[in-house]
Design a protein around this ligand. Structure first.
Ligand SMILES: [Zn+2]
Length: 360
């Protein structure tokens, strides 16, 4: 009898484990957020996502500005690759271009006057951030990061709708088309049609809420600047289905109930500011003009403009030249300092040859 229960227990454990055969051993899971503390860097810091309602201390900030992207945030079909990656928790999309030097797509935070190069975007089916009175099905996170590691994330809340614009249909067809990578895989393809990163931003309303939070997955790194659009973007139902199917294949045991969305975190009295967009629909208003971008290049540190894809030596060529020049100068200086000593020795030797040495 004892053996029977032991065998049954073993079978249960094995069958439970087999359910996630496509995934690696779970380190952290969405059904057990109470265990995330072991993997998050600082549990006491301001965390994300948050729920924004009338009781959230949101203050309308009189000096906030619209989101603004650099001119090369339009990606062209003949020079851009779509790289889809699965990390068992979400689908990440990168858009590497052929250009090995020069500026990359960046977000210019007009509020802090800092430039953040674009890294990737990924999805959460939940969504993660909550905005009172505005429901959504999913959320896109566009991640921007400076070379120092300072991070800004733009959150676009998405809702399935058959009345999606042609622009957004094209955006998802180009970047999220099936087959999405399964279980830790990745896939690449040439971008099938030109798109803009701004294509996925809400067209009718650029209003947003901004606050300091964290990454919403372990290691939950804090001091992340968030910009959360308050309006939702309508996406085609087929795009949401493809996304759901892929995520379900990564998390077959937990996805149906928990999605891949972290629960709302306590606001802890942190400042949350709102930018109320005073304008109505204007195409491409998130892309800065070439003139503005040229002016920007001359007014902020160059290191935040150069491509992240450039090699170490290319990125540090200037610094390496300076180091080599300094070392060469020091070497020359030492050489010149040593020269009189050699002359002195030579003279002493000549003197010894002439007058003989005196042994003591
Ligand atoms: Zn995210």
């Amino acid at each position: 009898m004892h053996r029977f229960w032991l065998g049954a227990a073993l079978l249960f454990v094995l069958s439970f484990g087999l359910e996630d055969t496509t995934a690696p051993p779970p380190i952290w899971t969405y059904d057990k957020p109470q265990e995330w503390g072991d993997y998050c860097q600082d549990k006491a810091a301001f965390q994300s996502p948050i729920f924004i309602n009338s009781s959230t201390p949101v203050a309308a900030h009189p000096h906030l500005h619209p989101v603004l992207l650099t001119t090369n945030c339009r990606f062209h079909t003949d020079t851009t690759t779509v790289l889809q990656e699965s990390n068992y928790r979400t689908v990440e999309v990168r858009l590497p271009t052929n250009a090995s030097t020069g500026p990359v797509c960046s977000l210019f935070d007009q509020n802090s006057r800092e430039l953040y190069p674009f890294v990737r975007f990924h999805f959460h089916v939940g969504p993660e951030h909550g905005v009172e009175g505005v429901s959504a099905d999913a959320e896109l996170h566009a991640v921007f990061q400076q070379s120092s590691g300072k991070t800004l994330v733009v959150a676009v809340r998405l809702r399935s709708s058959k009345s999606s614009s042609n622009t957004i249909v094209n955006f998802f067809r180009a970047t999220l088309a099936a087959p999405l990578p399964q279980g830790g895989g990745s896939s690449t393809k040439l971008l099938p049609s030109s798109i803009g990163l701004d294509d996925v931003f809400p067209l009718s309303d650029g209003s947003y809420v901004t606050y300091e939070g964290s990454l919403t997955t372990p290691p939950c790194t804090d001091k992340v600047r968030w910009i959360v659009f308050t309006a939702v973007q309508s996406i085609p139902p087929s795009a949401l289905s493809e996304l759901r199917d892929a995520l379900k294949s990564y998390m077959p045991r937990t996805f149906a109930k928990f999605g891949n969305a972290r629960a709302h975190q306590p606001p802890l009295g942190r400042p949350v500011f709102k930018f109320a967009d005073p304008t109505s629909t204007t195409t491409n208003r998130w892309i800065m003009t070439q003139e503005d971008e040229d002016h920007l290049k001359s007014s902020i540190p160059f290191t935040d403009i150069v491509s992240l894809d450039r090699s170490f030596f290319a990125r540090h060529a200037f610094g390496l030249c300076i180091v080599i020049l300094v070392l060469a100068t020091i070497g020359l200086f030492i050489r010149l300092r040593e020269q009189p000593v050699e002359v002195g020795v030579s003279d002493a030797a000549r003197e010894a040859a002439t007058y003989g040495t005196m042994e003591t």
